[in-house]
Structures are given as C-alpha cells and as structure tokens.
Design a binder for this molecule. Structure first.
Ligand code: XUL
Length: 517
C-alpha cells in the first residue's frame, strides 16, 4: 500500500491506495478549523492580518498530522504501507533554527509533534499563498535582476507576492535577528516531509518552482535570485530534488506510535497543484486540467521549461518529469455567480440557457467576463464589457449573455495558454461547476478537445499516493489507467463545425481585450 498526504489550506487529507487490487483502501480528512478551534483559524488561516498578511500556525499542521495518523491507524493496518509521499499548499514557508534536525532525530512517541518541535520555530506563524503583503519586496527583487522578464525566464514566474522568495525577503527585512537565527527554511510540503523522514529533506522541483528562487533550466537554486532575496539564503535551503527521491526509513516516532512497518520509507513531498496533475492523470503533454472554482485554474504538462512572455502564467516542475504550467483566472465562479444573480437564474437554468437556443449564435457576441480585478490578464476591471447585438448588450435575451460569459471565460483561457505551445488533446474538468454539461460543452467546443470529468475526490492526496508508488518502482501510466478514470458517461466531444467559428472569435476577443487594457 502507498500513502499520500495532502496538507492543504483548510485540511489534511490521507489517501491510501492498494496497488495490487487497484482500489483506494482508505481516505480520511482532518479539518483544521473544526478540529482545532484554539488556533482561531476557522478556514485554516489567521484572519485579520495587516497589510495583506495571511499566516497560519505550523503547529496546527503538526497537530493535524498526529490526529489524522491516529485515526488512520484505528481505521486500517498501517504496517502494510511501503512508502509515504505527500503534497502541501504551495508557497507557504516554515522557519526553523539549528536545533530542528536534532529534535527530529529524537522525537519521543510518548509526546506529541507540536510540543516537541515548537521550540525550533524562529517565526511563530507561516505566511501562506493568500498573503499579498510583499509588493515592495517583489519590486526590489525584480529591480535587482534587471526586470520582470529576467525573473520570469529564470524562475518560471515574474516576482509574485505569495511566492516564497518575496516572503522570505519581507521576513529578513522586518526581523533580521530572527532571520539570522533561521538555519533552515521549508515549504509546507518539505516541512511535513522532514517530520515524517525524521530529518530535514529537500524541497522538490514541483513546489520549489513556486518560490521565485529555482532556476528552471538548471534545476538548482539561482544564485542571483538568492542574493536578491536575502543574505546567506543558499545556506538555509537544501539542494532541490525530484519528488520521487526516496529517503531512508521514516522516523521511529511514526512506526512506534501509529504502527507503520520499520522498513516503511518516504519520498519527497510536492505542491498540491503538481500532485493534482498526477492525481488527475494529466502528467503527459496534451492533457489539460481545468479546475472551475472560486477562481478558475488551468494546468497542463509541458515537455520543457517554456515561460509565459506576458508573465501571467507560472511554470512548476511536473512530478512525473518535465514541467507544468499553472494559470489562474480570478473571475471564475465569482463571475458566473455574479451574472447568474444579475439575471435571476438558478444553476440548472444557467446550464440550460448556455445550451438551448443560442448555439446558432456561438462566437457572435463577445463579453470580457471580468466582474472585478483579474490577474490573467492583470487589470483592475470593474465590470464586464459587452460587444454584440442589441438584444445581447441590453440583456433582453439573458441566454445570449450566459453563452457570451462562458465563451469569454474560455476564449480568455485559450488565449492565455497559447504561450505553452502544446496542443490540447484532452481536457479533464474538475471543481464545483464541472458537472454542468452546458459549461463542459462550451469548453470542449472552444478548445476543440474532448472533455472528461473524473470521480476523484482528493486529487492532490491521490496524486501523492501515486508518486509514492512510482518512487517504489511502479509504472505511473499503468497506475493512472486504474486510479484516474473518467466517470462513466462523463465525456463530451467537441463539435468540429465550431472550430472555425471560435478561431475567428478568438481574434475578435483579443482585439476587444487589448482595447480595454
Ligand atoms: C498556486 C496557489 C494555490 C495553492 C493553494 O500558485 O497559490 O493553488 O497551492 O492550494
């Protein structure tokens, strides 16, 4: 059996797979807000941070690890687990002093993780991916490197507020003494991996690429980015490595306390998005995952470290080898819900409206589907822009607006993923709105690729379990055939007759967008 753990923003999840029977043996989740009210983090982070700061308490993640494993050991026999891998919310960082490794080496199973490791923290709380406090630090790093294009070409992204490098720089500037006492900086992923391994283990290429510090072509820390971020930073990070790098036996703390076998080993942990790429069965180029959530995200495997010339998209390591893109669109469900409410529709009507009666006007009316500030493209929109027939612009025919909103969202997605230079052959749709057939059909038609929906609940934790199996020598494509199957009857085919329609609409959409930036 192989265990995948995902330490995400709101919860810690375990997925245990049995590679012989091809079944998920057990999955369990611990919700931080519900289980640990003492951390005052109902949604997994401490609310009310100043100047855009959003932090979490890393001790909460450790308490969750103890609780989840104790529940898991009651539910199943953990002595059958051969290897553990995992993932974490990306970009979050944990700061530790020189005693961290010694504390890990002598963890006492009679005590808990949080109390034994808390004295090693040099920063009580961890900035996470929702933090936007580092605008000044991003500007400083960018200036030191000679511009955004250089930062992006090296690290896969322009300097981004939530990325770890700018966050480390802010810590160094605000508390230089604590920064100096820090001898090890971990991501959420490598922190949990280190606790499991009983020693500090490296950050993997998947999550490491979300720091503005990893040189993608060299797959090592970039000396100029390190120097632009904070002094002696290279000494506080282990050399990065592939997620499938196997460590020795896990810490005796876990074998003695939760019944893992003595020869159970662990791999490195990666970011939740790279792990999801694995769990969604989309690790080979041509496969695309579109996740429809509060924000929409588009991620896809890429053979080489190509970067977005406009600096909107990000490039991370792909745990199966090569690279992946991640492009985030802020106006996802937020925009769909805003229009739905404006038109007084419910979700099923929203779906029907998207399909019924409006197919003959596909691609005709254009909407820039931004109800608020957008990040891809980066612009402070305040309301959508309409261009088309008077029935469309006046809203007298709501169905036309529904179609144009969805078309606008996915034309924008197609436009801003073209830089990858990878032809979309299959789309796996996930997230709240994915089950909506009307939306799924628009996606298929605009990208001219079949769309599938998966039954996978915890794609990051499942991906981590698959990474554990691969680290043990199993074949990833064979495992993905079994564990990442499309839900029966969930596939939708594109209509070839709409290919030319949307090619042409894409050009007009781009012109309208450029005129409004
Ligand atoms: C990706 C990002 C989030 C986090 C949280 O860049 O910030 O998706 O990984 O899950």
């Amino acid at each position: 059996m192989f265990l995948g753990l995902d330490s995400s923003t709101q919860s810690l999840t375990a997925v245990l797979i049995d590679s012989e029977s091809g079944k998920i043996a057990c999955q369990l989740s611990v919700n931080f807000g519900a289980e640990f009210p003492k951390y005052h983090s109902p949604s997994g982070f401490i609310p009310g941070g100043k100047d855009g700061e959003v932090h979490s308490n890393p001790l909460m993640w450790l308490e969750a690890l103890d609780l989840l494993l104790s529940r898991l050991s009651s539910a199943t026999d953990l002595s059958k687990v051969k290897l553990i891998a995992g993932s974490g919310q990306q970009h979050g960082s944990v700061y530790l002093d020189a005693t961290f490794d010694a504390r890990l080496a002598k963890l006492d199973p009679a005590l808990d993780l949080a109390s034994q490791l808390s004295p090693a923290l040099t920063r009580a709380t961890s900035p996470i991916w929702m933090d936007t406090s580092t605008g000044a630090e991003c500007a400083e790093i960018t200036a030191a490197l000679g511009g955004s294009a250089e930062v992006c070409a090296r690290s896969g992204s322009i300097a981004i507020e939530r990325f770890t490098g700018p966050q480390i720089r802010r810590f160094y500037k605000s508390d230089p003494a604590a920064y100096e006492r820090t001898s090890q900086i971990h991501l959420v992923s490598s922190f949990i991996a280190s606790v499991i391994a009983g020693k500090s283990v490296p950050i993997d290429f998947g999550d490491g690429a979300g720091m503005n510090l990893l040189n993608l072509s060299k797959l090592g820390w970039d000396t100029d980015l390190l120097a632009a971020t904070a002094p002696d930073l290279g000494k506080k990070l282990l050399p990065p490595a592939a997620a499938t790098t196997v460590q020795d036996r896990i810490s005796p703390y876990f074998t003695q306390k939760y019944g893992f076998a003595e020869n159970c080993r662990s791999a490195l942990f990666t970011g939740d998005n790279p792990a999801s790429l694995v769990g969604m069965g989309a690790t080979t180029p041509g496969n695309v995952v579109i996740s429809l959530g509060t924000s929409d995200t588009f991620f896809a495997a890429m053979p080489g470290p190509k970067t977005d010339p406009n600096g909107f998209g990000h490039v991370f390591g792909n745990p199966a080898g090569g690279f992946m893109s991640l492009i985030c669109f802020r106006n996802g469900s937020l925009a769909r819900e805003a229009l739905r409410d404006k038109l007084g529709l419910d979700w099923s009507a929203f779906d029907r409206e998207a399909l019924a009666g409006t197919l003959s006007s596909a691609g005709e009316n254009l909407m820039l589907p931004f109800f608020g500030p957008e990040i891809t493209p980066r612009h402070d929109f305040t309301e959508p822009v309409f261009q088309g027939s008077s029935a469309f612009e006046s809203g007298s025919d709501p169905a036309l607006q529904v179609r144009a909103l969805l078309e606008g969202q996915f034309l924008n997605m197609r436009l801003h993923s073209e830089w990858m230079g990878v032809k979309t052959e299959r789309i796996r749709l996930t997230g709240g709105a994915a089950k909506n057939d009307g939306i799924a059909q628009v996606v298929a038609d605009i990208f001219q690729a079949p769309v599938e929906r998966l039954d996978v609940l915890n794609s990051a934790a499942l991906g981590a379990a698959l990474i554990a199996a691969v680290a043990d020598g199993h074949d990833l494509p064979a495992l993905q055939e079994i564990f990442c199957k499309a839900a029966p009857g969930s596939s939708l085919q594109p209509s070839p007759s709409l290919a030319a329609t949307y090619d042409e609409a894409l050009g007009r959409f781009q012109t309208l967008l450029n005129a409004n930036l």
